[in-house]
Design a protein around this ligand. Structure first.
Ligand code: NAP
Length: 265
């Protein structure tokens, strides 16, 4: 049994998972229980679909799967609050960045734990989830939860969750920052803000969709749109001069890995 699923926290990420499940028909509202002191729109929509919001402590033992989706700084507090009420067979699925499976298992009374680093595009079935669990049963549970929400990558070494967090969990923000910078550069080049926004957003989401659709390597797609001596080449000469962009990306990933390790301490 995978359900009932108890969501501990239904903020941005927990809410995106709930939205994705309901949109995909992966789980029905009545299979979800949500504990959140300030429920957001996703939790409220789930309640309209039959989910139970803020069930009493005594009902939490019904949960077969418990998703730990509070902020990483809050996870110990949440574990202390809820662990005593859960059934001994409940599987804990944690999406807390950096926090080790063994620490979560300990705080949840030795229950089986899977770790997942998801992304908020789960809300539209286009998420990406990195999974890790010591035990096959916990890994299978994480697969069952995240397969309906997009792509899933199972890692064989828990230490790689730091790198997966840097390359996946955190990286939608890198792309959004890139788009913001491109829009600002477009305005600096004379476009109206409205046109710069439309051009940058539509072009880059289209390019990402083409990458997904074509199955080509990004390097090949880049070559296809870069005529020697042309305008694209002129811009890439700046972005890639002396490895500027790869070096910046390496440093960004190193910083995210470092922070992920700090959060786990
Ligand atoms: N956002 C992302 O893109 C993303 C991606 C991958 C992983 N994650 C992970 O997902 C986790 C949640 O992040 P988030 O961005 O979704 O944070 P968030 O929007 O702040 O959501 C956390 C939710 O949990 C609630 N909460 C706090 N303490 C609680 C408690 N004791 N019992 C029940 N609910 C409680 C919060 O309520 P209040 O509003 O009262 O604080 C909030 O609604 C983090 O561990 C993060 O590392 C996030």
């Amino acid at each position: 049994m995978i359900t009932p699923i108890l969501m501990l926290g239904a903020g941005r990420m927990g809410g995106a998972m709930i939205e994705g499940w309901l949109a995909a028909g992966a789980f029905e509202g009545r299979e979800l229980m949500i504990r959140d002191p300030f429920p957001g729109p996703a939790a409220i929509a789930a309640v309209q679909a039959g989910a139970v919001l803020n069930p009493p402590d005594g009902d939490l033992a019904q949960a077969a799967t418990v998703v730990l989706a509070v902020k990483p700084q809050m996870w110990r507090e949440a574990a202390a609050e809820f662990a005593p009420w859960l059934s001994s067979g409940a599987v804990i699925v944690s999406i807390a960045a950096g926090v080790k499976a063994a620490d979560i298992a300990k705080a949840f009374g030795g229950r089986c734990v899977a770790r997942v680093m998801p992304t908020t595009a789960a809300a539209i079935g286009r998420g990406t989830a990195s999974l890790y669990a010591d035990e096959p049963a916990a890994l299978a549970r994480a697969h069952a939860l995240f397969e309906p929400l997009g792509a899933v990558v199972a890692l064989t070494d828990e230490n790689l969750m730091h790198a997966a967090t840097a390359v996946s969990g955190s990286s939608p923000a890198y792309l959004y920052a890139f788009i913001e910078a491109l829009e600002a550069a477009g305005v600096a080049a004379g476009l109206t803000p409205k046109d710069a926004q439309r051009l940058a957003r539509s072009t880059l989401t289209g390019a990402a969709a083409l990458l997904a659709h074509s199955g080509e390597d990004p390097a090949e797609l880049r070559r296809q749109v870069t005529s020697p001596g042309g305008t694209t080449q002129a811009a890439l000469d700046v972005l890639l001069a002396d490895g500027a962009l790869p070096e910046l990306m390496r440093e960004a990933v190193v910083a995210a890995v470092r922070r992920s390790k700090e959060l786990g301490v």
